[in-house]
Design a protein. Structure first.
Length: 506
């Protein structure tokens, strides 16, 4: 009789990769007996709350769909791959996802898996890739702008006091927008009525209430303090805009909705701060690079003064472009500022405000009026001292004067010019910036298939890690390679391989 019991257990477990204690009870086996049987025949089996499973058999299909979701920047229904009767307890699913699944996944996907988001309860087990979460968060801005205009109009027309209660974008609007972008997610709640689910309850859910995967995702990942602040700020700005129109004040058609202006301002501050910090970081490294290049074979090609000019014309012009664009955006006079345009005289990375930028483009400001005299047109087009400051800023870049003078000018002028002070680089900020830059360069190194880019990123990372020097640019990385040759920490074969990559001889 015992042999027959063991045969039934072994056969079922081998065929399915699990067996439940409930099934074992039907053939007269206790919990301790089934555990003993399975462990003897299948040593890798793991005891769960209501079952015993073969982790490799159970986790492999789950790992496949999770890795597909990461690759496609989407989500996946983990519950669909689980035998229902063996994973009735939420704690079992959580243990599977946090402890067992990472072992079955490819090592290259582990970081992305841990950065993703999971919703696990008695009804569902969902995984959302980090890229999908960020994409959904980025979808909020246009919804905030649209809702803020309707909300502000309602407040003004009904002479209502603006309260924060109705400022949030309705949950149903957010859920519908995400469901349209990700139909597979919406299909999971096909039997549920989104309007009915969110009606009367809005963003806040009662304890223990579950209204479906889509609604739960919105509540958990999109209802943040930042989202609330953006909604309140947008409505407040739109109300002020409507009141100014009502009282006959001019409103530029260029700037569009008030919420849009708020978002542009926040975006400008972020990129402006990054460029300020990077400019100071590289300026600080140029002097150190020049000193370390002295006496090194081939180091005479590294000239600090030339590097300063290159940094001013590259990153300096990128910073000047951002500032000028922001001033044009705020300008009320579309006719005058519309004559200004930017010309890229040297190509570089598209996202030049990122910490992981390698090559900075060189921008020149051009003008189709005032006889082509752009500095004169700046002084004429912008009110007060703004035009003078913009003229002096572009004049300093065009004259290739010292970088220290340019940084000092920006420090003195930015608060008056754009309402944001020039962000100085302190030790704490520098440490964070260098770490963020390292992560960005490592990511570029992992995904790049361009030999020159791989070589450049490698040199930039090695110089930062070994020589404590932060530099930029493919040409400078090629020159900086001489500082790594002969270094005891780097095998000669490595520097030789990097040199070959630069030459296209891989």
């Amino acid at each position: 009789y015992t042999r027959r019991q063991r045969t039934i257990v072994d056969t079922f477990f081998q065929a399915n990769g699990y067996i439940t204690f409930a099934k074992c009870a039907t053939i007269g086996l206790s919990r301790s007996q089934i555990e003993s049987f399975v462990k003897e025949s299948f040593p890798r089996a793991v005891l769960m709350t209501g079952s015993i499973i073969d982790t490799e058999r159970v986790c492999r299909p789950i790992a496949n769909i999770v890795e597909t979701a990461i690759l496609n920047n989407s989500c996946c229904n983990v519950k669909a791959c689980l035998p229902d009767e063996s994973f009735e307890a939420v704690v079992d699913v959580e243990m599977l996802m946090t402890e067992m699944l990472p072992v079955a996944m490819a090592e290259s996907n582990l970081k992305s898996f841990r950065a993703g988001y999971q919703i696990i309860n008695t009804s569902v087990a969902m995984f959302f890739s980090e890229a999908m979460v960020k994409d959904c968060q980025s979808m909020l801005n246009p919804l905030i702008e649209e809702h803020s205009k309707l909300r502000a109009k309602h407040c003004i027309e009904n002479d209502l006091e603006m309260k924060t209660d109705g400022n949030l974008v309705p949950l149903v609007k957010v859920a519908n927008a995400i469901g349209s972008k990700y139909p597979d997610l919406a299909l999971l709640d096909a039997e549920r009525d989104i309007v009915a689910m969110s009606n009367g309850r809005c963003w806040e859910a009662e304890e223990g209430q579950f209204d479906g995967v889509l609604i739960e995702f919105c509540r958990r990942k999109l209802l943040s303090d930042e989202f609330k602040r953006k909604c309140n700020r947008a409505v407040k700005a739109e109300v002020s805009l409507l009141k100014s129109v009502r009282h006959g004040l001019s409103v530029s058609s260029r700037t569009g909705g008030a919420a849009h202006r708020e978002n542009v301002g926040a975006s400008f501050e972020s990129s402006f701060r990054n460029l300020c910090h990077l400019l100071q970081l590289y300026y600080k490294s140029i002097e150190s690079l020049g000193l370390k290049a002295q006496g090194v074979e081939g180091g005479d090609c590294i000239k600090a003064k030339e590097l300063e000019v290159d940094l001013l014309r590259g990153l300096g012009s990128c910073l000047a472009k951002r500032i000028t664009e922001f001033c044009i955006f705020k300008s009320e006079d579309d006719t005058e500022t519309g004559a200004l345009h930017f010309n890229m005289s040297k190509k570089g990375d598209a996202d030049y405000a990122s910490a992981s930028t390698v090559d900075y483009p060189v921008f020149e400001l051009k003008c189709s009026q005032s006889g082509g005299d752009v500095l004169k047109h700046l002084r004429k087009s912008f009110p007060g001292s703004a035009g003078i400051m913009l003229s002096e800023m572009w004049g300093a870049i065009g004259s290739n004067e010292g970088l220290s003078g340019f940084i000092q000018f920006m420090t003195d002028s930015c608060l008056s010019l754009v309402g944001v002070p020039f962000s100085l680089l302190d030790r704490k900020t520098e440490k964070k910036l260098v770490a963020h830059r390292r992560e960005g360069l490592l990511h570029r190194l992992e995904v790049s298939r361009n030999e020159e880019e791989v070589a450049s990123c490698t040199v930039l990372l090695l110089l930062q890690q070994i020589k404590n020097i932060s530099i930029y640019g493919t040409d400078l990385a090629r020159s900086g390679l001489v500082l790594l040759k002969g270094d005891k920490k780097i095998p000669a074969a490595v520097t030789e391989d990097i040199h070959n990559l630069f030459d296209g001889d891989s």
